[in-house]
Design a protein around this ligand. Structure first.
Ligand code: EPZ
Length: 417
């Protein structure tokens, strides 16, 4: 298994381009199941999760053709196997996003229940409840969701909590349903809006995406379209944290400050100067950050996917920070690894108390999930000496060419096979 070797101490500086958003690409690739005409995608990130999703869709009978720079053409005219097998779903929970489109397009779906994962149980009861409200017959047996529906019917759905992929699954199911669907308590994440924009380009009738109340008027069929994946706001926040903690100065391009207000606000509170242009963000960091407390919440509040990265930068900041994780029940796995590097962190239930120390010391640490591994990279950049991060397949799921991008900013990072 690959490892990442980091020699701490380099101050990050320079310019690097961000990639397309993983959490927009995954649902949007599933939208291609909804119509029998080719879909053209650009700015698709080259990530393991994206290739897993493409393998999953291809085994259903969809043809996948590379289409130029970061481009893809998906044609689901030949879709004849509405099944998502366990061996693929167990490696990527987002596979659940095929359930809504398959039901809408084929009237049936057999999708392996996604197992839990490191950060929590992550059930899909809201996805199932919403589809049942639209008339789907669903039974769960032998680890699979078996769903059928002659034609889904529009319904008013209120999810018990804000769920990003739940909202996305129900929106994709609703675009071909008979009648109007209203999703209340909907997720407001920008990736939901990007998916809605792609569906609208395919002929769907959707209003209110980005608000907590989304109205979808079902249509008979959708047509092919082209769509460029929105920039990755979590990759953007991750590189801003890496620059901030090393006292660096960076310019991130092919991104947008539109969707990271809560993160930029916290970086300014920590002492950084942050300026935003239409498709670029510049950050100038102080010699040492001030500790900033955070509380994760659904968009537009502070994103849970940036919690681990902010824990890392707080490890060497001046003062004490309280980090409260309200979305997932077990998303502090990175804390024990950061403590191995010398951090002072106390965990109590879903709160972490981080007291900044003068410096961290390199060590061998283990990645446990995608964003936890990002926090270990950030810590390794400022730890004295060498840090070796094991199990970085987690990292490769969500960060395209991370060692190349960090090296281009002056970091001393190399992949050890
Ligand atoms: C999406 O996961 C993202 N993944 C996650 O990013 C992100 O952390 C999460 O949203 C929250 O923003 C993708 O978009 C592919 P949820 P999702 O449904 O949709 C509970 C990353 O690092 N819940 O919004 O699975 C759930 O357990 C990943 O890129 C139910 O109880 O998250 C959680 O506590 C990690 N029942 C909360 O709701 C359900 O049916 C929010 O989960 C659905 C969710």
């Amino acid at each position: 298994m690959d490892k990442l070797l980091i020699e701490g101490g380099a101050r990050l500086s320079g310019e690097v381009a961000m990639s397309g958003a993983k959490n927009a690409a995954l649902p949007i690739l599933c939208a291609s199941l909804l119509c029998a005409e080719p879909m053209r995608f650009s700015n698709v990130p080259q990530l393991n999760d994206v290739s897993t999703m493409l393998r999953l869709i291809a085994q259903m009978g969809v043809t996948v053709t590379p289409g130029g720079e970061d481009g893809l053409i998906l044609d689901s005219q030949g879709l004849d196997n509405p099944t998502a097998p366990y061996d693929l779903v167990k490696t990527m929970r987002a596979s659940i996003l095929v359930l809504g489109p398959l039901l809408a397009r084929c009237g049936e779906a057999k999708v392996s229940l996604p197992g839990g994962c490191a950060i929590g149980a992550r059930p899909v009861d809201q996805h199932i409840k919403g589809l049942q409200a639209m008339g789907a017959q669903i039974r769960v047996e032998n680890g699979y969701i078996h769903a059928t529906a002659a034609r889904l019917k529009g319904a008013r759905i209120v999810t018990d909590m804000v769920t990003v992929t739940g909202t996305e699954n129900l929106m994709m199911a609703a675009v071909l349903a008979d009648g109007e669907t209203v999703i209340e308590n909907a997720a407001r994440e920008p990736e939901v809006v990007d998916l809605a924009n792609c569906l609208i380009a395919m002929g769907a009738r959707i209003k209110g995406a980005g608000s907590d109340n989304i109205m979808i008027q079902g249509v008979e069929r959708l047509h092919g379209a082209s769509h460029s994946i929105m920039p990755d706001r979590i990759e953007t926040g991750t590189y801003l944290c890496a620059a901030a903690v090393t006292g660096g100065q960076v310019r991130l391009t092919n991104t947008s400050a539109l969707y990271v207000d809560s993160v930029l606000q916290k970086l300014r509170e920590a002492g950084c100067q942050v300026s935003a242009e239409r498709d670029a963000i510049e950050l100038v960091a102080p010699a040492r950050l001030k500790a900033v407390s955070i509380r994760t919440s659904p968009y537009p509040a502070f994103p849970t996917d940036m919690q681990a990265q902010f824990m890392a930068i707080n490890c060497v900041a001046e003062g004490t920070a309280v980090i409260r994780e309200t979305i997932f029940e077990n998303r502090f796995m990175h804390a024990v690894e950061l403590i191995r590097l010398g951090a002072d962190i106390k965990i109590e239930a879903n709160n972490a108390l981080v007291t900044g120390v003068a410096h961290l010391d390199g060590a061998t640490v283990m990645a446990t999930d995608l964003r936890a591994s990002a926090s270990l990279v950030i810590a390794g950049l400022i730890a004295q000496g060498e840090t070796l991060i094991e199990r970085i397949y987690h990292l490769d799921r969500g960060y395209e060419r991370i060692e190349q991008k960090l090296t281009s900013l002056g970091a001393k990072v190399s992949r050890v096979r």
